[in-house]
Design a binder for this molecule. Sequence first.
Ligand code: GCO
Ligand code: MN
Ligand code: MN
Length: 388
Amino acid sequence: MSNFQPLPEHKFTFGLWTVGSVGRDPFGGPVRDPKSSADLVRLLGEVGAYGVNYHDSDLIPVDATPAEAAAIKKDFRKALDETGLVVPMATTDLFRDAVFKDGAFTSNDPKVRAYALQKTMKAMDLGVEFGAKVYVFWGGREGTESDATKNPVEAGKRFREALNFLCGYAKDQKYDLKFALEPKPNEPRGDIYLATVGHALAFINTLDHPEMVGVNPEVAHETMAGLNFLHGVAQAWDAGKLFHIDLNDQNPSRYDQDFRFGAVNPKNAFLLVKFLEDVKYNGSRHFDAHAYRTEDYEGVKDFARGCMRTYLILKEKAARWNADPDIQALVAEINADDGSLAPLTGAYSTEKAAALKSRDLQPASLALRGLPYERLDQLTIEVLLGVR
Ligand code: GCO
Ligand code: MN
Ligand code: MN
């Protein structure tokens, strides 16, 4: 049995902003002293992470002088070399600064939109400098409190124009970068555009370079909206658009909780891990979560270790589920197909349509069939509870 030790091949990553969170919330200030980026890399090295991601301003504060920026980069690079951590993803902070109070790419002010583009191009340069291959766009401020204030069609056009511009920039610079849009329904805006994975997937098809753009779904974001996260992930996967994933946990209908992966709904977490492992998702498993505000830095390490350990435990449970003969017998029974209708279905033809229309399919007798889903789900729970 595995000892659930994280290894580089597991591709576990954390943002500087996750383990670096000082515990601020809307009602209270910091509970932990800030750490330098280099020290956060060392902390992640100590707990066994594979990589670290950052927003431009997590690494280089907006007001840093060129000399300060150079010193920070040098220390950061040194910590990466010491620990062997890599930087698979980078992103832009387009939400913290007051200038973005009405959005960045979708702001009503064309000067703010231009500034957002400028800041993102520089942030892309900074990401690529440390090896990032995925560039995330989380539009935290791209939204409204009142739809009297912004035309949603115009906002969509502005968002599209910005992404087209930035795809152009990445191509022009010959950057080996894929973009990943991160949907979220609300918080910090009252409502955020491209609220769900589905909205983002549809929007991508309207871009000039759809092949460069995918999604970065986050457990908490679909869950906040009461949606089924796995269904969104599966749709993104099927579309070839699962470029990155943000793992954490969340109670539905609450504020953005960003709990340790698997902390709230281990069954959903299990089915998600099983999905990612079954389809052989090859990207980062990025934990975009925070330690409880009660923790000191030892607790932050417990939090980070917990995210990875839970993932690995669930991965082992997934293998157990796949190898369980009783479970597999039920799976086979549920999906049984005697092939008798294959000649009438599948790819369309005039002949098939005519034959299918006239066939008596006996729906009343089909409806009599019982489906052993109670047994299958109970066995799933028993695998999870450790008795199988
Ligand atoms: C949130 C978001 C962010 C983004 C991050 C990277 O709810 O605050 O999930 O953490 O993932 O800005 O783009
Ligand atoms: Mn989030
Ligand atoms: Mn996120």
